[in-house]
Write a protein that binds this ligand. Sequence first.
Ligand SMILES: O=C(O)CCC(=O)C(=O)O
Ligand SMILES: [Fe+2]
Length: 268
Amino acid sequence: MGFLLVLWMQFLIALEIFMNSQRKLKWICILLIIGIKLRVFTINGSFSETHVASWRDALACTFIDDTLDPEAIPLICRKEITDYMEYMIKVRETISELLSEALSISSDYLARINCLKSEYLTCLYYPPCPEPELALGTINHSDSTFLTMVVQDSSGGLQVLYQNHWVDVPPIPGALVVNIGDLMQLITNDKFKSVEHRVLARPVGSRVSAVCFFFPSSECMLKQYGPIKELLSEKDPPLYKSVSNLEYMAYYQKNVRECTSALPHFKL
Ligand SMILES: O=C(O)CCC(=O)C(=O)O
Ligand SMILES: [Fe+2]
């Protein structure tokens, strides 16, 4: 645990330094794509009148099949991100087994269907917001991928929607927040639920967090994922159509402005 805490602290500090060093760059561009392996961007969501903006900046990199050329990561946080992802991948193995066991299917089931074999790491920086009542750090949403692991600094602000009330997810040093994603809800036929969550904007102080989304291996991007057969019965009929990761993401990206989740669209 000591090692883990040091690793996370180094990671979050490196992130904060990087994000601050990019301040000028951030504000002159809404979206800057540096190759396809690394993206630095300010997500303001839709600017239409009916939607709240997300008050945050991001550094994101994609690890296809658990790998990314380290050269693609800025030197200032390369070691920290590499070490962190190595650890995330190890934790993924354990969580994958625990989730399979919780579903009463073979413990290597989720590993075998390759649905957690690639990662999209988003390192987030939430600057102070001059008008927090008009914005959110991250707007209400559910994660569209299969699984998410979040590490947050000590600032707080993350909330989940529980029984129609927003409930704080208080930061605990060394603790990971693990979110079930929409596609996990789909393959588990609602046994696991993808929870709606958001991050509040604050007038003073910044916040950093690292959000690691897990999605399928490159060769399974077009694979059709549907409710796991072993979980179905006459009493538990399939609730969703099968869909590929690519198809789900395409729908999500096109329609995310109108909804917090694309899941209802794939209901039978
Ligand atoms: O910053 C956080 O703690 C969570 C952000 C989040 O939910 C997301 O990026 O999907
Ligand atoms: Fe999220």
